[in-house]
Design a protein around this ligand. Sequence first.
Ligand code: PHE
Length: 340
Amino acid sequence: MQEKIDNIIERVKTEILNASNKQELIQINAKYLGKSGELSLLMRGLKDLSPAEKPKMGAILNQARDQVLALVRQKEEVLNDQELAQRINNEHVDITMPVKPLQVGTLHPIEIIQRDLIEYFVSQGFSVMDGREVETDYYCFEALNVPKDHPARDAQDTFYFDAEKLLRVHTSATQIKTMESRTPPIKMISTGRVYRVDEVDATHSPMFNQFEILVVDENVTMSDLKGMLENLAKHLFGEKTQIRLRPSYFPFTEPSIEVDATCTHCGGKGCPVCKQTGFIELLGAGMVHPNVLKNCKIDPNKYMGFAAGLGLDRIAMIKYGINDIRDLYDGDVNFLKQFR
Ligand code: PHE
């Protein structure tokens, strides 16, 4: 019997030595100490021994069982330590490794100009008004002194959803909404996408971004408008920038002007950017037409106003030297991330 037990212990020792994971250890444990394990079977056989042999054999078997248990536990601890060491090794962070550069997005050039202008005007007491891209014929044209048969509509054709609803051709629609909902003095700006039927080329897009400015108060004059425009041009393109006013026509302003700024590229001397004229077209503006004030129930004998609308795409192109408007809309991240 003793021999048999010694043999078992020997086998347990080698098997445990060779065990490389907990699963194997559990199997060894079951093989010897489980329900029908070798040692368990021997213990169960005790009952058939003579009363004289029983205690002796019992003691030997108990000792053997304790020994096997101790061996299994010992190995379990070794395996636990190994597992922990391996985990620590795997999860080890090398703090000396170079960091991956963080990809920080940049603002779209139009967004940069838009935010800058909003800040510029808000700091002067202007309110920012929200408009809609889907507008009605009334707010886009009628109320702005452009009746249905007016030839000015030809130059501003757009997408019509039905006889009334259309994609707005300018942010000027928001002028009307503001004058309807507020009483003078009014100082407002509004910005967003506008739509016009156009062939796409380097300088034309059927969708672009406008920035609208409106001031209505008593004693507002053309020289106020001119001063505002001069400051605006300097803000956008630098202190040396000068402006030039040309007579123009918009149904909703009278008089109407087209505003040019000295070329940012050559400073006014003449170069390919300004087609040798020394000037670049900046925006359209004028004194609010009395009919427009009347349409908004503002007394034109008491109040006057000026308005201006500029294309943010144009400003972005001039400011950043972008030659093709399509670059603004292609969504090429490599191109767009140059602008900050
Ligand atoms: N709405 C005009 C346009 O789209 C611009 C403009 C705005 C002109 C305000 C005068 C006054 O061209």
